[in-house]
Design a protein around this ligand. Structure first.
Ligand SMILES: *Cc1c(COP(=O)(O)O)cnc(C)c1O
Length: 217
C-alpha cells in the first residue's frame, strides 16, 4: 500500500515484461479521497491523477494545480455530454470517449477552446449491456468517425467485468490497439495493474492501493 510501494511494483512489472523502466504512467486515482491523502501524494512529487466526477474535480483541482503546476488530471469516469465543455477546460486527458454524441461534443469544444486533452476510446471488452464503451465490433467505425471529426485518440481503455479474469480483456484491448496503430493502453487498477503491465498497459489507474479505501461520497 502507498505510493512508494506501488511505484516499486510498477518498476518490477516493467522489468519483468522486458519494458523500459518508467514507460508506464501511474494515474493516482484520487476520487472520493480525503484531501490530506491526496496532498501527501502531491507533496511526494507525484504528478498524474485521475478523477471520475467533473463536479468533484472542479471543486478540488484548481487550487491544487496552482500549488503544484506540474500536476495533470485525467478524467476516467463516465462523461455526460453536457459536461463536455467543463471537461475540455479541466482535464489533460479523457479516458472515457465512449459514444458518438460525446465525440461530437468533445470535437466541438476542443475546436472552440483550442485545448486538446489526450483521448482514449473506452472499449466494452466484456460486451456488458450495463457498461459504457464501444463494442469491439464497432470500433473501426467509431475510429473512422473520430478521424472525420479530427479527434486523434492516443489509445484504448477498458474496465474488465468484475467477476472475470481480466487477462483476456487486456489481451483483446492490446490486439485492438495494435490493429489500429494506437500506442496507448489504459488498463489495470489496484487489483490487477501488474497483469495489465505484462500485457502492454501504458497507463494504469490505481486508487485504493495508493490512498486506502475511498470515503463514500
Ligand atoms: C475508481 C477507478 C479506478 C481505481 O480503482 P481502484 O480499485 O481503487 O484502484 C480505476 N479506473 C476506473 C475507471 C475507476 O473508476
Amino acid at each position: 500500500m502507498g505510493l512508494d510501494d506501488i511505484t516499486r511494483r510498477i518498476r518490477a512489472a516493467e522489468i519483468a515484461a522486458g519494458r523500459a523502466p518508467g514507460s508506464v504512467t501511474l494515474i493516482a486515482v484520487s476520487k472520493l479521497q480525503p484531501p490530506e491523502r491526496v496532498e501527501a501524494v502531491l507533496d511526494a512529487g507525484h504528478t498524474v491523477f485521475g478523477e471520475n466526477y467533473v463536479q468533484e474535480a472542479q471543486g478540488k483541482w484548481p487550487a491544487w494545480r496552482q500549488a503544484h503546476p506540474a500536476a495533470s488530471v485525467h478524467m476516467i469516469g463516465p462523461l455526460q455530454s453536457n459536461k463536455a465543455r467543463a471537461a475540455v477546460q479541466l482535464f489533460d486527458a479523457i479516458h472515457t470517449l465512449d459514444r458518438v454524441t460525446l465525440a461530437r461534443k468533445l470535437a466541438a469544444q476542443m475546436g472552440e477552446q483550442d485545448r486538446h486533452p489526450q483521448l482514449f476510446v473506452q472499449v466494452n471488452t466484456g460486451d456488458e449491456p450495463q457498461k459504457a464503451g464501444i463494442l469491439a465490433d464497432e470500433l473501426p467505425g467509431f475510429l473512422a468517425l473520430c478521424a472525420e471529426l479530427r479527434l486523434r485518440p492516443e489509445g484504448l481503455m477498458c474496465i474488465p467485468p468484475e467477476d472475470q479474469d481480466p487477462v483476456p480483456h487486456f489481451r483483446l484491448l492490446r490486439d485492438l490497439a495494435q490493429a489500429h496503430g494506437l500506442p496507448g493502453l489504459s488498463m489495470g487498477m489496484s487489483a490487477d495493474f501488474e497483469a495489465a503491465i505484462a500485457h502492454g498497459a501504458t497507463h494504469v489507474r490505481v486508487g485504493s492501493a495508493i490512498f486506502g479505501a475511498r470515503v463514500t461520497g
